[in-house]
Ligand binder design. Sequence first.
Ligand SMILES: Cc1cc2nc3c(=O)[nH]c(=O)nc-3n(C[C@H](O)[C@H](O)[C@H](O)COP(=O)(O)OP(=O)(O)OC[C@H]3O[C@@H](n4cnc5c(N)ncnc54)[C@H](O)[C@@H]3O)c2cc1C
Length: 556
Amino acid sequence: MKKRILILGGGFGGVYTAVFLEKLMTKAEREATEIAIVSRDNYMVFQPLLPEVISGSVQLNHVISPIRRLARTARLYTREVEAIDIAAHTVKLSPGAKPVPLVISYDHLVIAMGTRLDYNKIPGMREHAFPFKYLSDALSLRNQLVLALEEAELENDPELRRALLTFVVAGGGFSGVECVAEMNDFLREAVHSYHQISEKDLRLILVQFDDRILPELTEGLSIFAHQLLVKRGVEIQIGRRLMAVSADTAIVEDLKTKQIETIRTRTTVATVPAAAHPILSTIPLPKDRGRIKVDEGLEVPEAPGVWALGDCALVKQVDGKFSPATAQHALRQAKTCAQNILASLRGTRKHVFAFTGLGKMGSLGRRSAVAEICGVRLKGLLAWLLWRGVYVTKFPGLDGQLRLIVDLILDIFLPRDITQFRLFPEEDVHREHFEAGERVFKEGDVGDKVYFIAKGEAIVLRGDQPLAVLNQGEMFGEAALACNHPRNATVIARTSLELVVVNRVAFHELIGCLPGLRYNIETSMNQRIGAVLIWTGKFGSQWPGSERDHAQPAVR
Ligand SMILES: Cc1cc2nc3c(=O)[nH]c(=O)nc-3n(C[C@H](O)[C@H](O)[C@H](O)COP(=O)(O)OP(=O)(O)OC[C@H]3O[C@@H](n4cnc5c(N)ncnc54)[C@H](O)[C@@H]3O)c2cc1C
């Protein structure tokens, strides 16, 4: 029976381990071994180029590479890893077309599942901030920029218009700086196609926790980057942290003075530090802050045959430092990992991971970058040319490199694309977060959603008159939907408030097919009519597709 090397993760670490294994195996070894990769997607994302997708200077599908073309002989399972059983040497994958999970056994296991964004540290981040890690994040952020411009163009309320044209990016590391630089370039060029918006209406804010941006670089380069971004119109707030996000605001705290600023914005991007992959917390392997501890050959000493690399592993380098979470390290680790799996199968000596990094580069948008390569510091156009050259040559596959070159050349001559893709319809059920004092909706607004309180308290007002306080488990906003009337009360968060929100279509679908739910909602609304006189007596006559029959529920 063939031995199986099972690789979890289709990023730099996982895919390149398979690529190096294919390269290094003899014909006999290839026949005796199966390489299998499990990845959520059937492509690998070249993350260093993700910021370019925001501005459209590189096409979305030109920053990805199909895994099947990179690791040609490997068997690809496009599935989600659900559980890893180290003792049984098996991995459970999510069900596919057939609704049963798939369990695969392995002889060698390579864990390269990267990290996840940590949503838990900042209230409202999951609900309202735009993350910036995956391919879909770059696209949805780009769409949001265009949407904000479209809305601002038509908006008469000056406060809302200002919020639409204010963009906050939290995190002044490489991802945050590259992201804000691309957003800035894109927006400042795009506004010329709008009649009511000018460049001076735009406000882009970069919020950085440290006392300088790009702290990974020497101070001179970080000052250069700071000054260049400021000159190009980005406001940089140093020594501040993003405290909370809501639909309308980014709340920022000054770390020294403890002063809190509420920035009105509809677009907050969080490039906050990533957290360990949650599946890893379930496996009994030694870890440090969630990263799997491995030896200098990338094997887990306590579990021979289990290997870990990339962002999810804690790899000690020969210089005594731990490898940073970068693609260049994941790629080199992949080679060492492949060599050592083969050494283990062949019974030969293992290699030591000897790479300590070539340098760091960061793009600042519009033909400028900063770079520190092998001790040489570069900035401006030269650094930018080097940055582009390196990533084009590092991009996997000649076809991918050619596509990239064409995009980068066209970007010099053509205006930025400002079309908006409507690929992500608003979810029928989603979560929203409000900080104390923020308004959920106001009297007279269109009733488009129903709200269920998951956590916190809300206060209901008519005019200035408080009518009721609503708590966890209670619902509000249903009357306007049921009666097809504007909101007849205002609801404000009394404390930090987490809501589960159901949109109009989903609400009517539920009501239409669940008479029990409809009955309960009617009863609760009738009680409120008696108790606080919020809701109008017209309720009930306009339930979708129904007579006002107050039918008893079939299901309660
Ligand atoms: C915006 C951005 C810009 C960056 N720029 C640079 C740069 O310029 N230079 C640089 O060196 N590094 C850069 N990095 C960092 C670099 O991309 C990462 O260090 C590198 O991708 C790590 O590789 P990895 O294989 O460990 O993880 P990843 O590349 O994150 O791959 C993890 C893989 O595991 C898969 N996966 C996770 N969970 C599951 C599951 N349960 N089931 C199935 N599949 C799963 C994911 O889908 C993914 O394919 C950047 C990162 C970002 C986000």
